[in-house]
Design a protein around this ligand. Structure first.
Ligand code: FES
Length: 278
């Protein structure tokens, strides 16, 4: 179904943008953790983006993307009022959210554009009445996403920047480890971002026996469990990110296999970018 872009906002010029899409059919049923699959035009590839926010009343959904390949470059070329040829969703399984009250402390960690997707999940936990600690990171303050948005509803927002321009100097794992050391009441951790970040977080939380959910950014084609493009191994079993995920037990994901699968497509992506420049 074609979907109109109602609002476009550059979050990091040339790198990351936020779009508000007119999609009442998706906004009506989308829950935290759900994603959509987009195709920009007839020649475009299908690619997934996790929903960053929904507004049922106005019939809109929000997505945030990093401009890093052919498809996201095509998306970045669109402007307010333009249409995306095909948007399918909501897809995947929603985040499992317990109504545990303020004694149910959840740490939601986001890195890169994963912060936007994490925002929707953190909001879901907050709406359920849980105590939400957001941990976000970036190379520097200028590249940090969603600090203001998260500050509106999270009980705490902890920041790490590589250059120390805001919050703790270091990685998102630094405030996380401090918190895990000092707070025995953390009931669960949710992590969304680059694969190495999610892998590092899962390794860390395993030491503290804190259940951890990761949202995997596998390659997807059909989004219906038919093509096998998004397969991952979780707890020794083959799973399809599009229909079984995108969220999985971080302590059971085979991250090495995931990294190999993602890197095997990088050469093809580089060729595609060159082709579209011609
Ligand atoms: Fe094809 Fe998941 S995208 S099986």
């Amino acid at each position: 179904m074609a979907v109109k872009i109602l609002k476009k906002e550059s979050l990091i010029p040339g790198r990351t943008s936020r779009l508000v899409l007119e999609a009442p059919h998706i906004a009506e049923t989308a829950k935290p953790g759900h994603f959509i699959i987009l195709r920009i035009n007839e020649k475009g590839e299908r690619f997934p983006l996790t929903i960053a926010d929904t507004d049922k009343k106005n019939g809109t959904i929000t997505i945030v993307y990093l401009v890093m390949g052919t498809s996201t470059t095509l998306l970045e070329n669109l402007q307010e009022g333009d249409e995306i040829m095909d948007v399918c969703g909501p897809l995947g399984r929603p985040t499992h959210i317990v109504n545990g009250g303020k004694s149910h402390k959840v740490i939601c960690v986001g890195g890169g554009t994963g912060v936007a997707a994490m925002h929707h999940i953190a909001k879901g936990h907050s709406n359920a009445g849980n105590y939400v600690i957001a941990v976000i990171g970036a190379r520097s303050k200028d590249l940090l996403l969603y600090y203001d948005e998260l500050s509106k509803f999270c009980d705490e927002v902890l920041v790490a920047t590589n250059d120390g321009s805001m919050g703790i100097q270091g990685m998102v794992t630094d405030p996380l480890i401090e918190r895990l050391k000092s707070d025995n009441d953390i009931k669960e951790v949710v992590a969304i971002g680059p694969v190495p970040m999610m892998e590092a977080i899962a390794k860390l939380t395993k030491e503290y026996s804190v259940p951890t959910t990761v949202s995997l950014n596998s390659l997807m084609v059909d989004g219906m469990g038919m093509c096998g493009a998004c397969r991952v191994t979780v707890g020794g079993e083959t799973k399809f990110t599009c229909v079984d995920g995108p969220e999985f037990d971080g302590h059971k994901v085979d991250f090495n296999e995931l990294k190999i699968r993602l890197s095997s497509f990088r050469d093809k992506e580089a060729q595609s970018i060159e082709h579209h420049k011609c």
